[in-house]
Design a protein around this ligand. Structure first.
Ligand SMILES: [Zn+2]
Length: 371
């Protein structure tokens, strides 16, 4: 006994088209294979929801279903009990729930004109990088569980569709003669069917295997970027192409360095006496420690630019700079002796501000940085 389509989506018979779409989107996201890897029950629910939505979102089919129930689609037209295949779901409805996952499956590659070649589904992972890894580039080894063709599996041209991946069905239903072209359910659209299926393999001759994939991440990537490792997604049955491994980049905040494009900013705090007498300071940059020299009489707000000590540019041309912002720390408390000293200096000419042309104002510096 087939489950009621309204029950599957959890809506009432009087639900509007918008309510049905919303309910389907919710179910599709809940049972999405990316969120439930290897869970056959979730996959079943995902397919059922798509099948229900396929009918209830089409006013014509919905009217027939409302009147005749599942009987309206028996006899070969529509689904004929075979259900929808994953590629059909993603190509038809991917845009409804796909945004939650950053795109749907790839579906078919479309090689060689008429002959369609199945493509395995993509896999998605996240990789979190430190600022140092972003700056210098890194090679990450990640464990991926992907579907591969099982050891010893063999395929033959599908007899049902003769390798085309599609079947045309003509059926006499109570509504009249109906002709539909659908994805071949024997081979799932691959054009090939399984010949010898080893134990442990699924209906497509695939089995899940854990594999360590090496991902070369170039320097200069940014948070939210996606890298593609071609061919490291799920394999397809027969001579199909494997899907891709999509790597979403996440970058961690750094304690002391702030990124701005390929440049890095660092706030350096120095004491009043270091500013007056000059000093030498060590900074933890992304490529290791850097020593900088502060001339006697350095002004608070000065920006020292260390060329090439920023992040290597993603396009391969050079590196950004490390901009060291000098902040002079003014003492908040003074002892009697110190206080007397500064009081004496109030009228001293050496302590009177005399900004020169080279001591640019804050606004001029900002302008410089972006020019
Ligand atoms: Zn077939």
């Amino acid at each position: 006994m087939k489950e009621d389509f309204y029950d599957i989506l959890g809506v009432s018979k009087g639900a509007s088209a918008a309510e049905i779409k919303k309910a389907y989107r919710k179910k599709a996201i809940e049972f999405h294979p990316d969120k439930n890897p290897g869970d056959t029950k979730a996959e079943e629910m995902f397919k059922k929801a798509a099948e229900a939505y396929e009918v209830l979102s089409d006013p014509d089919k919905k009217a027939k279903y409302d009147q005749f129930g599942h009987a309206a689609f028996e006899g070969g037209a529509g689904f004929g009990g075979g259900g929808m295949n994953m590629d059909d779901i993603f190509s038809q409805f991917g845009d409804i729930f796909g945004s939650a996952f950053g795109g749907g499956f790839s579906g078919f590659g479309g090689f060689g004109g008429g002959q369609r070649r199945a493509k395995g589904s993509n896999l998605r992972i996240r990789v979190k990088l430190t600022l140092e890894e972003v700056a210098n580039g890194v090679e990450k080894k990640v464990k991926v569980r992907r579907k591969v063709q099982a050891e010893g599996v063999t395929y033959k041209t599908c007899a049902t569709c003769n390798g085309t991946g599609q079947v045309t069905k003509i059926a006499n239903t109570i509504l009249g003669r109906m002709q539909t072209a659908t994805t071949c359910t024997t081979c799932g659209g691959a054009g090939q069917s399984i010949d010898k299926r080893p134990s442990g393999a699924d209906a497509q001759g695939l089995e899940v295997a854990e594999e360590t994939v090496s991902i070369k991440i170039p320097p200069g990537v940014e948070d939210g970027m996606q890298l593609k490792v071609s061919g490291k997604g799920n394999e397809a049955p027969g001579n199909g192409m494997p899907g891709d491994l999509l790597v979403a980049i996440e970058t961690a905040e750094h304690d002391t360095l702030k990124r701005e494009g390929d440049n890095l900013h660092y706030d350096l705090y120095i004491s009043f006496s270091e500013a007056v007498l000059g000093s030498s300071k060590e900074i933890d940059a992304v490529g290791g420690k850097v020593r900088i020299k502060l001339e006697p009489g350095i002004q608070s707000g000065k920006i020292l630019r260390l060329r090439g000590k920023g992040i290597s540019s993603l396009n391969g041309y050079g590196s950004g700079d490390l901009l060291v912002h000098v902040n002079v720390w003014t003492p908040k408390e003074l002892n009697k002796e110190q206080k007397e000293f500064f009081e004496r200096m109030q009228s001293d000419e050496n302590f009177t501000p005399k900004p020169e042309k080279s001591d640019k104002s804050f606004f001029e510096k900002v302008k410089d940085m972006f020019s």
